[in-house]
Design a protein around this ligand. Sequence first.
Ligand code: FES
Length: 142
Amino acid sequence: MLYSEKVMENFANPKNVGEIEDADGIGEVGNAKCGDIMKMYIKVDGDVITDVKFKTFGCGAAIATSSMATDMIKGATIDQALKLTNRAVVEALDGLPPAKIHCSVLAEQAIKSAISDYYTRQGIDPEPIVGKINDCEACHAH
Ligand code: FES
């Protein structure tokens, strides 16, 4: 089978879809490879991400990885969220077909972008903390 059960589950019934009206940070990133875009909203209390939602014009794999990624960072600290790699998300989903790995980068980058926005709103330069938001290196490698 092409997609794991967990991918199918998260695609058919994605978690954390929507937007947060009074978000503390909003990120938006595009996937250079396919042109899909992803918007991510976070609520932050202290250094904990208390809520997260996403919206995407992305493919099924992007939806499944965002569902899983948002679930993994909900209740986590900003630091933990920044360390979440697309690889870890793909592993949590029991894998993705190689051609769809680039889709998982969209969620990772959207989280970083939302955290950057959060810091910018606090008057803090995000770049030393979050690093540069790239459209995915994996995509350029193909
Ligand atoms: Fe665009 Fe998957 S094909 S995110």
